[in-house]
Design a protein around this ligand. Structure first.
Ligand code: ADP
Ligand code: MG
Length: 324
């Protein structure tokens, strides 16, 4: 075969292969976008394990009608503009690839309205073809609908598990993101039935800078997600001061589990699975943990965004620290 330049739709499908592995990956990208838009409440509706429908509705800042068709194009983002921005990323997204990738492997519909504008607008993408924007009713905020995931890439579709397995991945993804954004309300429904309801911070409490109220709200959320036994058998690590702050809950060694299923690291609000951080926890328990046991923890690290490189992995799960 001669060398050729691939058509852009195929390029997008290849890019989608990196970040859109299964329905839960779509849910992650859409929730991250809602969080970046400062949503206070996020509602997620799933049908058929996410292979039928994924809809994420938020009450965040919205997308201007004139920018809707840019939002679904590859390498189009409102989050960074220069290499300096890339070195100190404060948002969850920055690659400008998620919506373009999703639009190349599913039927995509965006409806959005900016807070100040009189009406909303919608745009659809199917097989890489955009249609719109056209006027549409929507409260301030954004809804993104993804139908028939992987209909255009049958090979990927065949890798999907049962509806209930795929929904299990989605549920765990939502729980993880909800632990990283404790002030935001999350509501998850599967086939019309409620699966998770996590209230957000009350406007007069946690979100107005009362640290105790914020901690209590997070503690309640942790009890819902990890079960109340976790905190009963865990130590609260108080937040330190200074440029690097670490706090959270660490299970007592006697409460360690057979599986590493209750381990949550958040770095500047981003859920990560980082070898260095995982190793640091293991080192902390080194003399008090039986072989093959895994302590549960929910740990929050915050530091100068310029001291971490989040551009090390397409799905941004791994990090690089400037001074590990
Ligand atoms: P990225 O998040 O990396 O910028 P995406 O493809 O996920 O790339 O989104 C492209 C752009 O669309 C974002 O930069 C943002 O401006 C806009 N956008 C996407 N989802 C939302 C949302 N829920 N609310 C407001 N803006 C959004
Ligand atoms: Mg994004």
């Amino acid at each position: 075969m001669p060398i050729r330049i691939l058509p852009s739709h195929l390029v997008d499908q290849i890019a989608a292969g990196e970040v859109i592995e299964r329905p839960a990956s779509v849910v992650k990208e859409l929730i991250e976008n809602a969080l970046d838009a400062d949503a206070r409440h996020i509602r997620i509706d799933i049908e058929h394990g996410g292979l039928g429908l994924i809809r994420v509705r938020d009450d965040g800042g919205g997308i201007p009608a004139a920018e809707l068709s840019l939002a679904v194009q590859p390498h189009a983002t409102s989050k960074i503009a220069t290499v300096e921005d890339l070195e100190g990323i404060a948002s969850l997204g920055f690659r400008g690839e998620a919506l373009a990738s999703i639009g190349s492997v599913a039927r995509l519909r965006l409806v959005s309205r900016r807070a100040g504008s009189a009406e909303g607008a919608e745009l659809t993408v199917e097989a890489g073809e955009r249609s719109g924007p056209r006027p549409a009713a929507h409260p301030p905020g954004t809804s993104i609908e993804v139908r028939d995931l992987f209909y255009s890439v049958p090979a990927r579709r065949r890798f999907m598990r049962s509806e209930s397995t795929e929904f299990g991945h989605i549920l765990r993804q939502v729980e993880r993101l909800a632990l990283g954004a404790p002030a935001v309300g999350f509501e998850l429904h599967h086939n019309g039935r409620p699966a998770l309801d996590l209230p957000g911070a009350s406007p007069d409490g946690a979100s107005h800078g009362d640290p105790q109220a914020a901690r209590d709200a997070l503690a309640a959320r942790i009890d819902r997600i990890l079960g109340p036994e976790f905190r009963r058998q865990a130590l609260l690590l108080p937040a330190g001061a200074g440029p690097v702050r670490l706090w959270g809950w660490l299970a007592l060694p006697t409460a360690a589990r057979g599986q590493p299923d209750q381990q949550y690291w958040f770095v500047n609000g981003r859920a990560v699975r980082d070898r260095l951080l995982a190793g640091a926890v293991r080192l902390g328990y080194r003399d008090v943990l039986y072989h093959g046991r895994h302590p549960g923890f929910v740990l929050y690290l915050s530091l100068d965004a310029r001291a971490v490189d989040v551009n090390a992995h397409p799905s941004k799960l791994e990090l690089r620290f400037r001074d590990s």
